[in-house]
Design a protein around this ligand. Structure first.
Ligand code: NAG
Ligand code: NAG
Length: 353
């Protein structure tokens, strides 16, 4: 079968009222380091499950006849696996390999049996390996789509809209291309960073500035991560942001909070990568107020989505542009050209929060 057009898939976004413990981000960095040094990931890090405020799923069929599973979209990992909540149903297309699989994400793990099976994404079928055992050396479903000539380029375009209700259908994933109806202007690309350990993920070089003159981070490496809820910044940069905004730590949510007056004076943050600057407005820097109570906060308070990474800058992994960033910018993960792209959207300057 040949279908050389991008595939679109709507994503369901569920906002579950729990925040990620800080230690998850540190584990992510440690895992990247271990991987860069060729160490066994499982042997090095053990850490608790992370709780996410926001998770999003794509409905994918496996087998023939297909059983439909809600797969969590995780750009951080190359594994596709099923079996939580809904057991894997073997059909005539399911072929068991001789491999056992076990992956520790640091913030959770799974183990199981490897199969190759038919995967149905929208109306297209392809053979994919489920639960590949070794990260990054086994073709992902996207790789297989590409090598099977079902899509023209090995890339994924991701569109999210700011989440203001506990559950909403507001994302779109495009396999093999981008959806120009989801962004404004053009996509600016930046190469994957050479700096370790950020280069073990979708890592880029980026600087962050508050308002016109306040440097938060000089150009340094970090990652884009769809599974991290907030925007995390190395402790020294985070402290500069705290000083610039006057924010204080809120013990109930664990987030920074601002008074009304401070919020009225909150300035934009500017993220610059490869010479292109993306503006994260004041509104985009706050937690959606409609979800304040869902995280144990006060309905009338203003909480910030900028959080402390928990380790100093200069260690090759100094920021995580998480979901709160991706809700404001269209993103493209281009495997062929080893680069990440961003574009503004209708929501970049929206005041939904
Ligand atoms: C996403 O998938 C997980 C795991 O199957 C499930 O628990 C969750 O309810 C799903 N969320 C949505 C919005 O479908
Ligand atoms: C990123 O920053 C590092 C460290 O300054 C530099 O060596 C590298 O050339 C930069 N660009 C890329 C694409 O890695």
């Amino acid at each position: 079968m040949s279908l050389l057009t991008p595939l679109l898939l709507a994503l369901a976004v569920a906002a579950n009222p729990v925040l990620i413990p800080k230690s998850s981000a540190k584990a992510l960095k440690a895992r990247g380091l271990a991987k860069a040094n060729g160490l066994s990931i499982d042997a090095v890090i053990n850490e608790q499950i992370d709780n996410q405020v926001v998770s999003y799923n794509a409905s994918v069929g496996v087998g023939s006849p297909a059983t439909t599973y809600d797969l969590i979209i995780d750009i951080r990992s190359s594994n596709t696996w099923v079996g939580v909540g809904k057991l894997y149903v073997r059909t005539s297309t399911s072929v068991q390999t001789s491999n056992r699989v076990s992956v520790n994400y640091g913030d959770g793990s799974f183990s199981g049996t490897e199969f190759t099976d038919q995967v149905t994404i929208a109306p297209v079928h392809l053979k994919g390996t489920l639960s590949p055992a070794i990260l990054s050396t086994v073709p992902t479903v996207t790789d297989n789509l590409f090598s099977g000539e079902l899509i023209t380029s090995n890339e994924i375009g991701i569109s999210f809209e700011p989440t203001t209700t506990a559950e909403s259908l507001n994302g779109e994933l495009t396999w093999g291309g981008t959806d120009s109806s989801k962004f404004t202007g053009s996509i600016g690309f930046t190469p994957i960073t050479g700096t370790s350990p950020a280069n073990q993920y979708w890592g880029i070089n980026q600087s962050i500035r508050y308002s016109t003159f306040t440097s938060i981070l000089a150009t340094t490496a970090g990652i884009i991560d769809s599974r991290t809820t907030l925007i995390l910044i190395a402790t020294d940069g985070f402290n500069s942001y705290v000083r610039a905004t006057g924010a204080v730590n809120d013990p109930f949510t664990g987030l920074l909070s601002l008074t009304r007056f401070q919020f009225e004076n909150l300035q934009s943050l500017f993220f610059t990568t490869n010479g292109i600057t993306y503006e994260l407005t004041a509104n985009a820097q706050i937690w959606p107020r409609s979800l304040n109570t869902a995280i144990g906060g006060n309905a009338d308070s203003v909480y910030l989505i900028i959080a402390d990474f928990g380790s100093p800058s200069g260690e090759g992994f100094d920021f995580v542009n998480g979901f709160a960033f991706l809700e404001r910018f269209y993103s493209v993960f281009d495997t062929t050209n080893k680069r990440v792209g961003f574009a503004t959207t209708l929501f970049t300057h929206a005041t939904t929060n």
